[in-house]
Design a protein around this ligand. Sequence first.
Ligand code: NAD
Ligand code: DAU
Length: 353
Amino acid sequence: MLVHVTGGAGFIGSNFLHRMVARHPEHRFVCVDKLTYAANLASLAGVESLPNYALARVDITDAAAVQALFDQETPDLVVHFAAESHVDRSILGPYEFVKTNVEGTFHLLEACRRAWGSSLGQSQPRGRFHHVSTDEVYGSLGDEGFFTEATAYDPSSPYSATKASSDHLVRAYARTYGMPVTITNCSNNYGPRQFPEKLIPLMVAHALERKPLPIYGNGLNVRDWLYVDDHCEAIWAVIERGRLGATYNVGGHNELRNVDVIDTLCAVVAEFTGADVSELLALKTHVTDRPGHDHRYAIDASKVRAECGWAPAETFETGIRKTVRWYLENQAWVDAVRSGEYRRWIDSNYASR
Ligand code: NAD
Ligand code: DAU
């Protein structure tokens, strides 16, 4: 099977490739990535030397480039991670989000429609499009309740609105053209190789440098944290055992307030580095709130558990220790990402298709 993994050089995509390329030598994996600021080819060290792996530098908003890739290497499975993913950036500049998340998804769906052609709508259609989406499409919860697959869409940010649009497009291709699709809507991921603009790697980096730890608003917003490997396993479980056309919510029941996540991070960083925890906690600084800041996310993952046999392997307590350890042992990765060194290296080494 030929598998296109879009966004495979980003946080979750690279962790997915780390697990799946070595485990499945019978499949060939092509990482389809524009290599934006969020990509990091160093995240694929150890994968890129495997014989069943290749990189195609393709911007999914470029319909001709997507088609050229499909003509050359027609996928049997597309696992679609590629997106602009950071909420704060979407507030500052929404257009890139519309282009990549909506238009890019559209061009991929169109290329799949052409590639899988007359088999679509038949009892055994060719191909599979797995769309990786987010719980943010559902908007914000109050203090009680969970997002289920039946929760109405109510996105708050330009990021989540574009992800919601892409989900609708994917479902429309299933209903209209009979495209074999599955969708996962997952909660907040954390783990190795996450760009340090997101809460957890940012706080670790700032704690190590004794810089302020910026807490948006009152810090009482709740996120449902899932270790990235558990998300990757859920995606593979849905690809193998999910029903065509179905949506699955993915989450680990690790609901935590931001202030509690930050306190835990300070404690773990102090434990691993010998720092004085009160010195780290004193770095906490409340700053202006994010506009449209969702109050709470919490996932009901009973459907993916029941239908696909998936369950998370990590608790927040185990996952956060692995995560902090990884950032401490990979300071060079963090420093290079933040200095723009990889960006320059990528631009000089990888021409656009
Ligand atoms: P990321 O920002 O770390 O990586 C995104 C990747 O997509 C990068 O490698 C980037 O180069 C690539 N990309 C961006 N625009 C592209 C384009 N036009 N053409 C080709 N490639 C492009 O994102 P992530 O955190 O790994 O998230 C991956 C997916 O998972 C996204 O679709 C996101 O919405 C979804 N998701 C993320 C989380 C989370 O907590 N991070 C949770 C649920 C769902
Ligand atoms: O829920 C899934 C989503 O999780 C994904 O779809 C997104 O791609 C991913 O970025 C993430 O979105 P969030 O906005 O929840 O993640 P972020 O790490 O940006 O912020 C987590 C919480 O921490 C949120 O309530 C905002 C807050 N925060 C964030 C940063 C970066 C702070 O208080 N301070 C900060 O500096």
